[in-house]
Design a protein around this ligand. Structure first.
Ligand SMILES: C[S@@+](CC[C@H](N)C(=O)[O-])C[C@H]1O[C@@H](n2cnc3c(N)ncnc32)[C@H](O)[C@@H]1O
Length: 220
């Protein structure tokens, strides 16, 4: 696990979201350095952001919302090797973090990384292994924009539809990959979406659960 990180994931644009990557494994450690957490995480070829923590991921973890008392179920949608799931699991020890990931190699890494840190509150799951009746408090995601607009919209709709009253989603999306049109579309679909931050070409979007009033209570 010593070779250099790949350049930004354009190196393997069509592979990181494949269920089973075809490329040979070559593991390398990435450092996740945050004010509250400084850890090495194992990454690999065929998995998003090998050898590094993605800039958008880091911004989301720096500027995303603080833990909320009473939250029970958090989701990292598209967990990759686990930087978001691990940080939010550490910050919310009383909650279960569902690290949902389509890529089998990424799931194995996420499990290993969470286990190495003793985080028993991370459940790493394939999308079809999530309980059908799971109601979610918070969804965090650096979403897989490269799966294409229709697939992304359908993925986000499915997950945002699981938010309970007072729930919210927190997404990081590059401006040049359609953050502003995604924000508009989410709002039009009934998930009021605002911009929490805009930095280094990324937008951090806050998405409210459907059917909330301005004070956050449910109106249906
Ligand atoms: C932009 S990457 C973010 C990975 C990780 N959260 C990070 O910040 O490094 C998006 C992830 O979504 C995964 N993904 C793609 N389609 C998915 C789906 N339908 N369900 C769950 N995960 C999916 C990809 O395999 C990829 O790991």
């Amino acid at each position: 696990m010593t070779d250099a990180p790949d350049r930004p994931d354009r190196a393997e644009p069509s592979q990181y979201f494949a269920p089973q990557p075809a490329t040979a494994s070559a593991r390398v450690v990435a450092r996740l350095s945050l004010p509250d957490l400084d850890v090495g995480l194992i990454t690999d070829r065929g998995v998003f952001a090998r050898g590094r923590v993605d800039t958008g991921t880091k911004l989301l973890l720096l500027d995303g919302p603080p833990p909320i008392d009473g939250d029970r179920h958090l989701v990292d949608l598209g967990a990759g090797y686990g930087p978001i799931a691990i940080a939010i699991a550490r910050r919310n020890p009383a909650a279960t973090v569902w690290a949902v990931e389509i890529n089998e190699r990424a799931r194995a890494l996420c499990r290993e990384n969470a286990d190495a840190l003793g985080l028993a509150n991370v459940e790493v799951v394939a999308p079809d292994a999530v309980p059908g009746d799971l109601v979610v408090d918070r969804i965090w995601s650096n979403p897989p924009i490269r799966i294409g607009k229709p697939a992304l919209r359908s993925l986000l709709s499915g997950w945002l539809g699981r938010l309970g009253p007072g729930g919210s989603g927190h997404l990081v999306v590059q401006k040049h990959l359609g953050a502003d049109s995604l924000q508009r579309w989410l709002t039009e679909q009934g998930w009021p979406t605002g911009r929490r931050a805009s930095r280094a070409g990324y937008r951090l979007l806050d998405v409210e659960a459907a059917g909330q009033t301005a004070d956050g209570s449910a109106d249906r």
